[in-house]
Design a protein around this ligand. Structure first.
Ligand SMILES: O=C(O)C[C@H]1C=CC(=O)O1
Ligand SMILES: [Mn+2]
Length: 373
């Protein structure tokens, strides 16, 4: 299969403006930085992937700069000369030599799948065994930092029929104020929407015991990562007493973490993120662990652009049940696109056409314009 040998692996850091500041407990995004991964093969086919994180090093152990450097220096040389059409062999080769770095691996695995899909004329979802749906319901994150503005934004999303699930980023402020903020939004939206919160690890267990009860009383459906990611025993204790479901997000930094959390009964819901597991195939390993343990699934995001969002979407399309839907809204947070046709969001869902690979084409001019020099 010498014609599909990998010739080059390239990475580009891209800085894109956001529609508004996006406030998380650990960081406020004023723009988002994507790492685009391009795998060029001898048969003329190019696979594209994305390795994106949030807020430099404030969210996880890899930054855009370290992702680029680690792919360029350590992973690209392992892939050049290998057969691009064997994704298993290529990723196992990386896995043997690279211990962690799931974000970097995710972009590479996505690019290899994109290339193979283009080669065979099949969508990535079909390479992953076949899709069982063509669209995914998508939540929106309200994170302007202002209650009235968040309610206005939610009303607009409901009117547009774009979202009817809202996730609120809390944890940066006083717990009592944050809970009042969430309660006010749920009161305004009532039964028209599911309202959830993401604390992004900001509370300690004592605060969370009371906070989870109060949030549940206010009608909040789901509480994401209320305490530190390493406090797995605490998460299990909270999951037993919280009347609202608890979701593990940052606690899952690998497929092996997902297994440990499932074995410990730490949380009834898992956030699935390609970046935290090492790609669209890797995230399905975590999904299958969760399914075997009776844990509910949620299709998460690291606020990727269109490439990373579609890579995750193709994996999520194959799952039997996504009880808590997805939050694959990343492209909608950005004011600019680097692909020729932006993903389509309609009737509360992201639609994923049955096109070869991820189904996207890079817009070379836009990419060059926004690429960091
Ligand atoms: O879930 C996170 O922690 C990260 C991300 C996902 C949605 C959003 O607004 O931020
Ligand atoms: Mn989260």
């Amino acid at each position: 299969m010498s014609h599909s040998l990998i010739e080059r692996v390239e990475t580009v850091i891209v800085d894109l403006p956001t529609i508004r500041p996006h406030k998380l407990a650990m960081h406020t995004l004023q723009q988002q930085t994507l790492v685009i991964v391009r795998v060029r093969c001898a048969d003329g086919i190019e696979g594209v992937g994305e390795s994106t994180t949030i807020g430099g090093l404030s969210y996880a152990g890899e930054s855009p700069e370290s992702i680029k450097r680690n792919i360029d220096s350590h992973m690209a040389p392992l892939l050049v000369g290998q057969d691009a059409s064997n994704v298993n062999a290529a990723m196992q080769r990386i896995e043997r030599a690279v211990k962690a770095n799931t974000f970097a691996k995710s972009g590479l695995e996505s690019a290899l799948l994109d290339a193979q899909g283009k080669r065979l004329g099949l969508p990535v979802s079909e390479l992953l065994g076949g899709r069982v749906r063509d669209a995914l319901e998508v939540a929106w994150t309200l994170a302007s930092g202002d209650t009235a503005r968040d309610i206005e934004e939610a009303e607009r999303m409901l009117d547009l029929r774009r979202h009817r699930i809202f996730k609120l980023k809390i944890g940066a402020g006083e717990p009592a104020r944050d809970i009042a903020h969430a309660a006010a939004i749920k009161r305004a939206l009532g039964e028209r929407a599911s309202v959830r919160v993401d604390v992004n690890q900001a509370w300690d267990e004592g605060v969370a015991i009371r906070g989870c009860r109060q949030l549940a009383d206010a009608g909040i459906d789901l509480i994401e990562q209320p305490i530190a990611r390493f406090n797995r025993a605490g998460l299990a204790r909270l999951s037993r007493i919280s009347p609202a479901a608890i979701m593990a997000d940052e606690a899952i930094e690998s497929v092996e973490d997902a297994f440990a959390l499932a074995a410990e009964g730490a949380a009834p819901v898992f956030a699935l993120k390609i970046a935290k597991n090492g790609g669209p195939r890797a995230v399905l390993r975590t999904a299958h662990i969760a399914e075997a343990a009776g844990i509910g699934l949620y299709g998460g995001t690291m606020l990727e652009g269109s490439v990373g969002t579609l890579a995750a979407a193709h994996a999520f399309l194959t799952l039997d049940r996504l009880s808590w839907s997805t939050e694959l809204f990343g492209p909608l947070l950005l004011t600019e696109e680097i692909v020729t046709e932006a993903p389509v969001y309609r009737d509360f869902q992201l639609e994923v056409p049955r096109k070869p690979g991820l189904g996207l084409t890079l817009d070379e001019d836009r990419l060059a314009f926004f690429a960091r020099q």
